[in-house]
Design a protein around this ligand. Structure first.
Ligand SMILES: *Cc1c(COP(=O)(O)O)cnc(C)c1O
Length: 353
């Protein structure tokens, strides 16, 4: 791919304090942008100064939400820049775009765009423990039309943000509110696609949970309103009697790359991992009796996030004395160790760029 580069005239000052990067507060000097049209396919690949983009008010994304995105991270270890399983993000974006009838971004274009931009902005990759460069590829409909149909033009973009811990709590247990009024997704809908529309529908649950003093929301399935699906914007796993249970990928759950990586590592460690429906009533009962030993969310942003408390219909249950359990802790150390290049990577997941 031939990428035209326009360098920013002035470069921004990099955040001096890596301890307080937050998540998504800062953006780097440049961004990647590429266009798709029916006639030309993907063309016009550019790295340009980060900034606003002109858009027609009738751009279809603003009306019918044809938008998909991805999230992955780059790490710096000495002179090495590392990224984690980018081809998985590329494939997932293809599935998301297919579901939303959007032009698909070929894997080579996706990975090259990410790698070229990260390389170009490598001085922005923070190095303190727990920090990384968050990579946000996204795709959206630009055709100016208010009739409903698959758009005939799209943009694919990548922006970068140096980030710290996702939760100010760090790798400490969080309190979770089980949502029984709103649902995030249903089978047959777009739950498996990483698209902005899913988030628009779920923010209300997050607000409700936070207003009640909880960090995140645990979603139940939209039909029976009793099977656990996801926790906030993460997949979820439970250690029950020494086995690991996680909801299956049947269309309403997002196929997380962290989820996939955890399942692989846990099975290599000899654990039984069951992808199975988990009834919230059983879960609350197991929490009371201690059969539920650990619970945690998995996702690129927070990597592994232990769950210390569940509130379902006013019934509050503490998990593992509100402490990070041993499996949760070991998974976090192992996965971040591999991602950072500090531990051997037996899976070939880490790509040096
Ligand atoms: C992105 C995302 C996840 C986690 O996926 P990873 O690939 O592990 O980052 C889980 N649930 C939802 C709803 C997501 O959008």
């Amino acid at each position: 791919m031939n990428i035209k580069i326009t360098k920013a005239e002035t470069l921004k000052a990099k955040p001096a304090d890596e301890e307080n990067l937050g998540f998504g507060k800062y953006y780097t000097d440049h961004m990647f942008m590429m266009d798709w049209s029916v006639d030309e396919g993907w063309h016009n690949a550019q790295i340009i100064p980060y900034g606003p983009i002109p858009m027609d008010p009738a751009s279809m994304v603003l009306h019918y939400a044809q938008e998909t995105f991805e999230g992955l991270k780059a790490y710096r270890n000495g002179d090495d820049i590392l990224i984690f399983r980018p081809e998985m993000n590329a494939l997932r974006m293809q599935k998301s775009n297919e579901r939303l009838c959007m032009a698909e971004v070929p894997e080579e274009i996706f990975v090259e765009a990410v790698e070229e931009l990260v390389r170009y902005e490598k001085d922005w990759i923070p190095t303190s423990e727990g920090t990384s460069l968050y990579i946000r590829p996204f795709c959206f409909a630009t055709e100016a039309a208010v009739g409903v149909h698959p758009a005939t033009s799209y943009k694919f973009m990548v922006i970068l943000s140096p980030v710290g811990q996702y939760y100010p709590e760090g790798v400490n247990p969080v309190k979770i509110f089980v949502e029984d009024e709103y649902v995030r997704a249903v089978v047959g809908g777009t739950g498996f696609a990483k698209c902005g529309g899913n988030y628009a529908a779920s923010i209300i649950g997050q607000v409700k949970a936070q207003d009640a003093g909880y960090t995140q929301v645990l979603w139940l399935d939209g039909v029976h309103r009793k099977y656990v699906e996801e926790v906030g914007t993460m997949n979820v796993m439970f250690v029950v009697d020494g086995e690991i249970l996680t909801p299956p990928l049947e269309g309403s759950v997002l196929p997380g790359i962290t989820r996939d990586s955890c399942i692989r590592i846990l099975r290599d460690w000899g654990y039984t991992v069951k992808e199975t429906h988990i009834d919230i009533n059983d879960l609350m009962e197991w929490t009371k009796t201690g059969k539920l030993q650990e619970a945690f969310g998995t996702g690129t942003a927070a990597v592994i996030s232990p769950i210390g408390e569940l509130n379902y219909k006013g019934n509050e249950q503490i998990i593992n004395n509100f402490k990070t359990g041993p499996i949760t802790h070991k998974l976090y150390e192992t996965l971040t160790g591999i991602q950072w290049g500090n531990l051997e990577d037996p899976y070939g997941w880490v790509r040096k760029i």
